[in-house]
Design a protein around this ligand. Structure first.
Ligand code: ZN
Ligand code: ZN
Length: 419
């Protein structure tokens, strides 16, 4: 096998997919800024310990899915499998965490997980992440959810459902965990899949969101988190729902909605689409009070979300690229010199265009101009170059005019010839 192939699970991205990614990033920047978010870019490589501490040793991510390798001094490094841990590290390390007030941070970029490649799942995948740090208020949760829905509306997405749940807190969740474990242990051991039989002892909540049919059936009869959350958590959750109601956001309570990462608490949410196969989550997030502290920073509450960009891209209508304004062909040396300078002038005036550099035959040049999809072909033959003129051919109608080179810019911008 050649060594110059693409690595399995890693993708090259061309238009229209790369255009869709740019659109998501730019729309995100514009919408999130309206809520006071600023962009943070963190490294894609971090010390492995960061993810072990923040995501948790018991998770599939840390146990099986990270790209981890030693550097030349033997220190273990990991390509980030998710964004939140790095953002928290940067937040604590920069001293932002020590200042008063709320920090709202947006980031986007590639993440890496060594999963079995399957349809729609890449080992390098991309996310948009937003984290609101420094507020424990349910208003922060509701604002973040509203912003996410605003972002999706701006991308003109439809057919989306918002699911929410509360995961409780350090006070009430242990009781639920025990009740759930008791329930799971009361079952026929064969009722759960292999993964769940193992993780019911380390992280029984994960059984709730197992995709296996047998486990899904078992979960139907399981105790519900919302029935055992403490009064503080109940009030927090009720306020989040009230705020979403006031804005007219429809949502569903989903008892199976738990997050795979240990640091989530209280509000958790996801947005699912029914447009790509079965219900597929395109964004998920929640509150993670205590995460910054667990990384050695101050005790700062936070809430955030991540959007999977590959999945989101499947939902965007492919934008038809704007056509070029001109396609310039030049004959002979002087035509090339004049054309090169003219094309530059036109672009600096805001027009979009390409110049053909080849010395192909006239017929071939015209064929290439036709294929370019440009609105106009600009032609510089020996007669035009001698007079400072240019032939402007409308590639759709075939109509053609000879203009002065100094008026072609005005013509391309307005469609009218200068008097
Ligand atoms: Zn609680
Ligand atoms: Zn299972």
């Amino acid at each position: 096998m050649s060594t110059t192939q693409r690595i399995k699970g890693f993708a090259d991205m061309f238009p229209p997919e790369s255009d869709a990614f740019t659109r998501m990033e730019n729309t995100g920047r514009e919408i999130f800024a309206r809520y006071g978010f600023v962009e943070l870019r963190t490294p894609i490589l971090e010390f492995t310990e960061l993810f072990q501490r923040s995501i948790g040793e018991e998770t599939d991510v840390v146990q099986k899915e990270m790209y981890t390798f030693p550097d030349s001094r033997g220190r273990l490094m990991t390509l980030r499998p998710e964004a939140t841990a790095g953002v928290m590290r940067a937040y604590a390390e920069s001293g932002l965490a020590g200042r008063e007030g709320v920090s709202r941070l947006f980031s986007c970029g590639p993440m890496f997980r060594h999963e079995r490649p399957q349809k729609g799942r890449l080992r390098q995948f991309h996310q948009i992440n937003c984290e609101c740090l420094g507020s424990a208020s349910p208003f922060a949760d509701a604002e973040l959810i509203s912003m996410l829905l605003h972002f999706f509306r701006a991308l003109r997405l439809s057919g989306l459902t918002l699911n929410i749940n509360s995961l409780g807190c350090a006070v009430c969740r242990p009781h639920f965990r025990e009740a759930l474990l008791r329930y799971l242990q009361s079952l026929d051991p064969a009722a759960l899949c292999e993964d769940c039989s193992r993780r019911m002892h380390t992280n029984p909540l994960r059984v709730l969101d197992c995709k296996q049919a047998s486990c899904r059936a078992v979960v139907e009869g399981a105790p519900r988190l919302l029935d055992s959350i403490c009064p503080d958590c109940a009030e927090h959750f009720s306020t989040v729902q009230k705020l979403l109601d006031r804005q007219g956001h429809a949502f569903a309570l989903d008892h199976r909605l738990v997050r795979g990462l240990d640091y989530y608490c209280r509000t958790t949410f996801e947005v699912v689409s029914s447009q790509i196969g079965a219900q597929t989550a395109v964004a998920g997030g929640g509150r993670y009070d205590g995460l910054v502290k667990s990384l050695g920073g101050p005790d700062v509450p936070g809430v955030g979300f991540a959007c999977g960009m590959e999945r989101l891209a499947l939902l965007l209508d492919a934008p038809s690229p704007a056509p070029l304004d001109f396609y310039l062909v030049a004959l002979e040396e002087e035509g090339g010199l004049q054309g090169h300078a003219l094309a530059q002038t036109l672009r600096e005036a805001g027009l979009r265009g390409e110049m053909n550099f080849s010395r192909a035959s006239w017929k071939s040049l015209m064929r290439q101009a036709g294929k370019s999809g440009a609105r106009y072909c600009l032609i510089l033959g020996p007669d035009e170059t001698a007079r400072g003129d240019i032939v402007v051919k409308n590639l759709e109608s075939g109509e053609q005019n000879t203009l002065g080179q100094d008026t072609v810019c005005h013509f391309l911008q307005t469609g009218t010839i200068h008097d």
